[in-house]
Design a protein around this ligand. Sequence first.
Ligand SMILES: CN(C)c1ccccc1CNc1ccc(C(N)=O)cn1
Length: 246
Amino acid sequence: MRIDVVSLFPDFMRQCAAVGVVGRAQQRELLQVETWNPRDYATDRHRSVDSSSYGGGPGMVMMIEPLRTTLAAMRAAAAEPVHLVYLSPQGTRLTQGRVEALARLPRIALLCGRYEGVDERLLAHEVDEELSIGDYVLSGGELAAAVVIDAVGRLQDGALNDAQSAEQDSFSDGLLDCPHYAKPVHDALGSVPEVLLSGDHAAIARWRLKQSLGRTWLRRPDLLSQRGLDAPSRALLDEFRREHAS
Ligand SMILES: CN(C)c1ccccc1CNc1ccc(C(N)=O)cn1
């Protein structure tokens, strides 16, 4: 998969994509992240990319022209159409489901706004999808883009080794993850639950699902109601709730 990033801070974006699982995915050529800097396409003497906002008000707005030229260059370098995502507080809330859909596309581009954002005419003409990573304001779209790159990059086939992909399965079915424990078995902070030391893989899987169900019920009941439960899971959650109440 290829991800093009349009940003005034290309070095920052390249560094975000160079570490960890995503960096390794790039080394394995499972993922390719390229950056495009609108300042390189600004034509005036001052290489302006922003201008004051019509109607007044504080701050500047990113101008149409440098972005249009940048996007044209990016699209010209592509053999196929590019799905352009704009990261903004006004976007649709990003979910794991949407991440999985994006991860299946051959190519996406991420447009990072700075200042007060981008001229609405450019957005209306060029952007396919507007996404928000949460209800808070950042100084630029770059950190939101980094979140998308990581969430999508780690899902590329071969990016995660077997152990990690198991972890991903536990969340991707719409439940919160169960608790995890490493050595030592006994510590001043407490001990590891017996079942995890039993070697009984069925019992361990049952305990983990029960913990995921219980945690989701306690911390994120909204996830539970939208997911729905089959009968065995409902019984397991009831068992957790009885123990939790006592
Ligand atoms: C400068 N701002 C406020 C702005 C305004 C409009 C577009 C982009 C930006 C860049 N900032 C962002 C971007 C994304 C998110 C998010 N929640 O996904 C939060 N902030």
